[in-house]
Structure formats: structure tokens, C-alpha cells
Design a protein around this ligand. Sequence first.
Ligand SMILES: Nc1ncnc2c1ncn2[C@@H]1O[C@H](COP(=O)(O)OP(=O)(O)OP(=O)(O)O)[C@@H](O)[C@H]1O
Length: 74
Amino acid sequence: MEKKKSKKNQKGGGVDEQVEKKINPTGAEHYELYEEVGHGVSASVHRALCKPLNEIVAIKILDFECENCDLVSF
Ligand SMILES: Nc1ncnc2c1ncn2[C@@H]1O[C@H](COP(=O)(O)OP(=O)(O)OP(=O)(O)O)[C@@H](O)[C@H]1O
């Protein structure tokens, strides 16, 4: 006897589609920067408040002048 597929597993339906995609604003004016939480080779990561969404986020700030930076400017 063939089993019926659950609606969750069918393509085009199910839980994933019910999760709304959140879009964060891009302007720096929308964020309040807090303390540094990490540091990479060419960037630092800060905790920040996304003011329009009233949500804590992580902001990565690239350092274009760092010695280890491989980015090339034209
Ligand atoms: N979303 C996050 N929330 C909290 N901490 C984070 C988040 N993203 C990064 N970090 C912290 O910041 C550190 C540096 O992050 P980054 O993404 O710059 O790492 P990396 O990829 O190793 O560095 P790079 O991209 O400069 O080579 C991480 O090791 C981590 O501790």
C-alpha cells in the first residue's frame, strides 16, 4: 500500500513558506552600534540595535585599509 506524502514534505508548500523573510534596512542611520563582539582578518563585528525592527543584530564593519586586506581598488 502506498503511503500518502505529508503536506509538509511536498514541494511548494509547508513550513518553510510560512516563515516570512525579514528585510533589514541598509542605511547606517537605522542602527545603534554597541560593543565589539568579534574580530576577523579584515573586519570587526559589533552588536547593534536595528532601530526600525527593534531587534539586536550583528554588524560587520570592513576595514579597507588593513594590512592583511586582499581587496583591490581600481
Ligand atoms: N552573527 C554574529 N554574531 C556574533 N558574533 C559574530 C557574528 N559573526 C561574527 N561574529 C564574531 O566575529 C568574529 C569575526 O567574524 P568574521 O565573520 O569577520 O570572521 P572571519 O570570517 O574569520 O574573518 P574575515 O572575514 O575577516 O576573514 C567571529 O569569530 C565571531 O566571534
